[in-house]
Ligand binder design. Sequence first.
Ligand code: ZN
Length: 313
Amino acid sequence: MQGDWPDGAKFCVSLTYDIEQCTNFPYWTCVWDHEKGAIDAESRRHVSDLAACAQAAGVLFQWFALGQSFTPADVSYLQDLSLAGHPIGNHTYRHVNVKAREWEQVQITYNLDPSLRDGSATPLDAIRNEIQQTSAVMEQRLGVRPAGFRTPGGFTNGLDDAPQIQELLQKEGFAYVSSHYNLPISLPRHQGYPIATETRPSREQLQDAMRASIRSLQPYRYSNGLLEIPMMGISDIWAFRVLDLDRAEWLSLMELGVDIAAEEGLLFSILMHPSVLASRDPHAATARRVVERTLRKGGAVVTNDQIAAHLAG
Ligand SMILES: [Zn+2]
C-alpha cells in the first residue's frame, strides 16, 4: 500500500485526536481512569480551537471519541466538529481494554460497578456492547455512524493476537482499526509502566526511533481483510508523560516526522489528545506547524477515514 495516497499526493500526514480525559493531565496528580469520558471545559474548548486551525488551513483532522462523552445534554463541540466535516471514530464507551480475557482487565469502572457486567456473559460480550453502544449514540447525536475504530491504548503487535476483535470489528462494518503503536526505544520501567525520570534518551535516539516507527507502521491489512492504520512516531502521551519533553523538543520531533514522510513517500499518522495539548500546547502550535510544513512540502493533510476510503478503491 506504500506510496498510494489520496489525490495522488506524494506523502500524507494525518493528525488524530482521541477526545478523552488523560491521567496526569493537566496536573501530574490528576486521575481520570474511572471517568475518561468526562471531558472538561478546557479540553472541549481546545477541541474547538483545533477545529478552527483546521478550518483556517482548509484541512480536516481525524478524531475518536468515547460513547460516554455523548451523555451530557450539550455536546455541541462534538456536533460542530462533525458538521464541519471532521470524521469522529469509535473509541469504545468507557475506554475498555479490547484484549481483556478476564473481567478484572476490562476497565476499572467494571470493577467499581459490577452491574456493568449485567447482560454480558463474557468480557468479549461487554466489549461488543461497548462498541455497539458507542456507534449507536454517535449515530443518534451526530447523525452519522463512525467509520473508524481506535483501540484504547496502543499495542506493539496491533491486533495480531486478538483475531476475535478483528472479526468483531469486521462484522460491525468498520472501514479500519487503529490499534498498532510502537516507538522502538527502551526505557526503565516504573511500577510496570515505562517512564523516564532520570535517564532520558538522547535526541539522536529519539530521532532514530521516530524514523523506525514511521517506516515500520505503514497501513496494512489483517488476514481477514480488516485495514490497520497505525499510530506512528511519538504520541503526546509519550512525549509529555513518559519522557517529560519540552514543547520545543516535541515540535521538532513532529517536524522530523513530516520530513521523514516527505522524503520516503510515507504516511505519518500522529496520535494526540486535546486534554493533553490544552495544557502543553495551548496555542495549537503543533497543528499549525505540522499542517503548514506538510502542505509546503507538497504533501496532503488527510483523515484516517479518507485513507481507508482511498485504499478500499
Ligand atoms: Zn484513548
